[in-house]
Design a protein around this ligand. Structure first.
Ligand SMILES: NC(=O)c1ccc[n+]([C@@H]2O[C@H](COP(=O)([O-])OP(=O)(O)OC[C@H]3O[C@@H](n4cnc5c(N)ncnc54)[C@H](OP(=O)(O)O)[C@@H]3O)[C@@H](O)[C@H]2O)c1
Length: 336
């Protein structure tokens, strides 16, 4: 009997999602088929649905990461076997193939961009953590050259926007590599950010924030996790007069004034492991760092579990793009 698969389809640019049958996928060389037990709705996915800002073929299945159970392995797969608990990042947006889309019950992933989940870790945590954690670690380690956890480095790091998901993981990562972490956040989040490992937290809305932070420097590494223009302009000021560089989560825009002696480093950090030139980083990420992070080495940033399964994705997307201050949203594709 052939197996049934269902997906939340987008059938035209900006179209509403409809849940319907999808082909049961086939695993090619070095690929696995994963039964989808939990997935996060990322603002990026919700944005692609709402404003179609990257070209994709329609109809299409959005989403590019899920946690679940290996259902089948393709030829050449040695890292995983049927029944393993895994988390996968898929090339749905680069390959532009729906079989890699995360918003379906059975998803194809590549063994090179999959990691095992420890027995005690829930599928929800495993779905919630990797995207923002990868953004933080790729920014600090791959782009800026920060060492690895346990490197026992000395020096100072500035994380702007430390109370969010990316910022929270950036604080934890820098601390785990041995650095003294200075962070910015709203005052109501100070204690939380300190609990993640920051030694000093500054209110970025305070008029004196830039001069206070400048006095606390110099910093060996700087990241704007919030990615907003005010953070970029403040960091530019903190780096004067000698100049320097920083990594940021959002692209440069005309509200930002960045001096010539400052390097503005931006990339799709959450997707760096899809690029062949980052294969060494990717191997470390999926085989070493991510499994240990999911086994309890990082504190998950808060998320909300939603019901409704594939049928709940449209509402989750609307909540994310509608400006509501919602937490990361996690759904299970098997829920009805
Ligand atoms: N390049 C990539 O690959 C990539 C990947 C993932 C995310 N991103 C981008 O990274 C950013 C952060 O994502 P996230 O998931 O961490 O978001 P998040 O969990 O919603 O956190 C954002 C944090 O930024 C702070 N913030 C909000 N408005 C701010 C402002 N005007 N100035 C300074 N700080 C502000 C808030 O801190 P307080 O509550 O303390 O005020 C909030 O905690 C988003 O813009 C997202 O689109 C980029």
């Amino acid at each position: 009997m052939s197996q049934i698969n269902k997906a939340a389809w987008i059938r035209e640019p900006k179209g509403l999602l409809t849940v319907d049958e999808a082909p049961f996928p086939v695993a090619s060389d070095n690929e696995i088929i994963v039964k989808n037990e939990a997935f996060a709705i990322q603002p990026f996915d919700a944005g692609v649905r709402a404003v179609a800002y990257i070209p994709i073929p329609y109809p299409f299945i959005l989403g590019n990461g899920v946690a679940g159970i290996v259902e089948e392995v393709g030829p050449g797969v040695s890292k995983f076997k049927k029944g393993d608990r895994v988390v996968i990042d898929t090339p749905s947006y680069s390959a532009k193939e729906s079989r890699y889309g995360g918003w379906q019950q059975y998803v194809v992933g590549k063994q090179a961009t999959a990691a095992k989940i420890a027995d005690g870790t829930s599928f929800e945590d495993a779905a919630a953590i990797p995207y923002a954690l990868l953004t933080a670690v790729a920014g600090l380690q791959l782009k800026l050259g920060m060492g690895k956890p346990g490197a026992d480095k000395k020096g100072k790091v500035l994380i702007w926007g430390a109370s969010g998901s990316v910022g929270g993981y950036a604080v934890q990562y820098a601390k785990s590599a041995g650095y003294d972490v200075v962070a910015t956040a709203s005052p109501r989040k100070f204690e939380y950010v300190r609990s993640l490992g920051a030694s000093e937290v500054v209110d970025y809305k305070n008029d004196q924030a830039t001069s206070q932070l400048k006095a606390m420097g110099p910093f060996d590494f700087i990241m704007s996790a919030s990615g907003d223009p005010a953070s970029a302009n403040a960091i530019n000021e903190i780096l004067q007069p000698q100049g320097g560089r920083f990594v940021i989560t959002r692209p440069r825009n005309d509200q930002m004034q960045i001096a010539e002696n400052v390097e503005y480093i931006y990339d799709f950090l959450s997707m760096v492991t899809q690029k062949p030139e980052n294969s060494e980083f990717s191997k470390w990420w999926y085989d070493e760092y991510l499994p240990s992070a999911l086994a309890g080495k990082v504190v998950p940033t808060p998320f909300e579990k939603r019901t409704g399964g594939l049928g709940g994705i449209q509402q989750a997307c609307d909540d994310l793009t509608g400006g509501k201050n919602v937490k990361k949203l996690i759904l299970n594709a098997s829920d009805s």
